[in-house]
Design a protein around this ligand. Structure first.
Ligand code: APR
Length: 186
């Protein structure tokens, strides 16, 4: 159990922590990327900064070979973790609040589901998520807590591969908002 665990759910398979996602010792970190996969600020900036150039090189190759038009919102791809403690980075593109004609919740749920599917396919035991879309993409924390917790709960109900889903919040306030509005026990 990570030292800074605030709460755990679903038989300790889900843990809520406050911290920097780049410092998490798990098999894969999920990056709150944009569709270019070429970096940005926030989580994206931190992961590329700490993880080093190998991550960007693999992102460029994915764009060249598989994703000439970029990674669509809600989809996810995997690269090396580079210099990070995590072996892999799972890049996903969250919805921008108010820009998807009312499909924001469906797309945010897809980010969590598709990222967890990639982790399970690779038989990764532990995955750390940031609070996708709740920063630059302006997704309200209250709605995001309900959508992300339902998506994670639904995935884990049918999966036995992923042993730990770590939800990493950058501030205590963000973690408390999540703990107040999650739907793990709904
Ligand atoms: N560790 C954990 N959480 C972090 C970190 C970090 N190092 N840095 C930021 N956060 C938090 C933010 O406070 C916010 O709660 O992650 C959440 C997501 O914020 P963003 O990183 O802004 O991601 P998002 O809202 O999905 O916007 C994605 O921003 O950085 C660009 O390239 C990215 O265009 C994309 C957009």
């Amino acid at each position: 159990m990570p030292a800074e665990t605030l709460r755990s759910f679903l038989g300790d398979r889900v843990r809520v922590v406050v911290g920097d996602i780049t410092r998490q010792h798990v098999d894969a970190l999920v990056n709150a990327a944009n569709s270019t996969l070429l970096g940005g600020g926030g989580v994206d900036g931190a992961i590329h900064r700490v993880g080093g150039s190998a991550i960007l090189e693999e992102c460029r190759e994915l764009r060249r070979v598989l994703l000439p038009d970029g990674l669509p919102t809600g989809e996810a791809v995997v690269t090396t973790g580079g210099l990070l403690a995590a072996r892999y980075v799972i890049h996903t593109v969250g919805p921008i609040w108010g820009r998807h004609a009312g499909r924001e919740a469906e797309l945010l749920a897809a980010c969590y589901r598709n990222s967890l599917s990639l982790a399970a396919e690779r038989r990764l035991a532990s995955v750390a998520f940031p609070s996708i879309s709740t920063g630059a993409y302006s997704y309200p924390r209250v709605e995001a807590a309900a959508v992300s917790s339902r998506a994670i709960k639904d995935f884990l109900a049918d999966d036995e591969t992923v042993g730990e889903v770590r939800l990493v919040f950058f501030s205590p306030g963000d973690a408390q908002a999540f703990l107040k509005h999650h739907d793990f026990e709904g």
